[in-house]
Design a protein around this ligand. Structure first.
Ligand code: BTN
Length: 333
């Protein structure tokens, strides 16, 4: 019964504080008023609260705090962003793995897999991504770029900056980018990104961009060393964040930036825009390139997306892989 629920939710969301009559909903859906009432009762069981007033109708007063497919689809429909396939799952091993399986099954791209929890969430360099249920987002976007890998080199930076910019502009949350794949606030990590791709000869067959965002979820139960370096968007948002709405909003943000990247992988002014949100600029950092750590002061990125470091001898060097930590230590999250 996904479609009626999406229509009901879309109508109630658009009505805001106003009531929508049961007969109007029934007419739109081509079902009886009892049918509408029974859908609302079912949705109540999943965390929705509806106010029902005789002769006036219904209004939505509370949304579930956890991921809900029909609500994500309703928000997406309101935004008019439906060019991306959407798969919403309560739990999965890893949304990146699920996206890979769907790609292998010839699923049309672009699509996004969103999960409420992951049992085997993975991060960069073989790390685990703690993915408890309730309040966080785990999303993987799948594309078939059909470009040479060299032309996709800075895709994670572009998509990450697009998400960062959106969170600043739409939610007034002071998120910054930490090269190459983190979003941080006041030095604490709120999101991590993992891009994985398969290449055929010299062409990219497909690409999965995974992002895990700590939105509202508690860090209880996380290993202490991870919790110490982590934060939630909700701690910094001036107003409350609705998880399902945020999930829906991020879909056109990422899909739109991906399309823009294919058009123009070396967007003029990108390095300057990066600087505006760059958490590392002017900071002493250590880049762990293989076994050889390089210390220096970060000075943004170059046009290929490499991190520019000024080493103590005054030379500038471009770092294109590895990990970066603030200061001289190598504690990474
Ligand atoms: C990192 O910081 O090391 C990257 C973390 C990426 C986590 C996301 S959560 C959604 C997607 N599915 C995964 O298994 N990993 C990514």
């Amino acid at each position: 019964m996904l479609l009626p629920d999406v229509t009901i939710l879309k109508t109630l969301l658009q009505a805001g504080d106003s009531f929508v009559s049961g007969s109007d909903l029934a007419k739109d859906l081509g079902m009886s008023r009892v049918g509408v009432w029974s859908r609302l009762e079912k949705m109540r069981e999943t965390g929705f609260t509806f106010e029902a007033v005789r002769h006036r109708g219904y209004r939505l007063t509370e949304e579930p705090a956890c991921l809900c497919e029909s609500l994500v689809l309703a928000y997406l429909d309101i935004a008019g962003a439906n060019g991306t396939g959407v798969f919403v799952l309560p739990e999965i091993d890893s949304t990146n793995s699920e996206a890979e399986r769907l790609l292998a099954d010839a699923t049309e791209t672009p699509f996004v897999v969103i999960a409420g929890a992951q049992t085997r969430g993975r991060g960069r360099l073989g790390r685990k991504w703690h993915s408890p249920p309730q309040g966080n987002l785990y999303m993987s976007f799948a594309f078939r770029p059909r470009r040479s890998p060299g032309r996709m080199q800075s895709i994670t930076l572009r998509l990450g900056l697009a998400v960062c910019r959106f969170l600043n502009q739409a939610y007034a949350i002071p998120v910054k980018v930490k090269w190459p794949n983190d979003l941080i606030i006041e030095g604490k990590k709120v999101a991590g990104m993992l891009t994985e791709a398969r290449v055929d000869a010299d062409r990219m067959r497909d690409l999965v961009f995974g992002i895990g965002i700590n939105v509202l979820g508690s860090t209880d139960g996380w290993p202490a060393e991870v919790a110490a370096h982590a934060a939630r968007l909700g701690q910094y948002a001036p107003s409350s964040i609705r998880l399902n709405r945020l999930a829906a909003e991020l879909i056109p943000v990422v899909a739109g930036e991906y399309a823009a990247y294919l058009e123009n992988p070396r967007k003029p002014g990108f390095a300057e825009e990066w600087l505006a949100y760059d958490a590392l600029n002017g900071r002493e950092v250590t880049a762990n390139r293989g076994s050889e750590p390089i210390r220096g002061t970060a000075h943004g990125i170059d046009t290929d997306g490499n991190l520019i470091l000024e080493t103590p001898d005054g030379r500038r060097t471009a770092v294109n892989s590895g990990e970066v930590s603030l200061g001289t230590g190598s504690v990474l999250f």
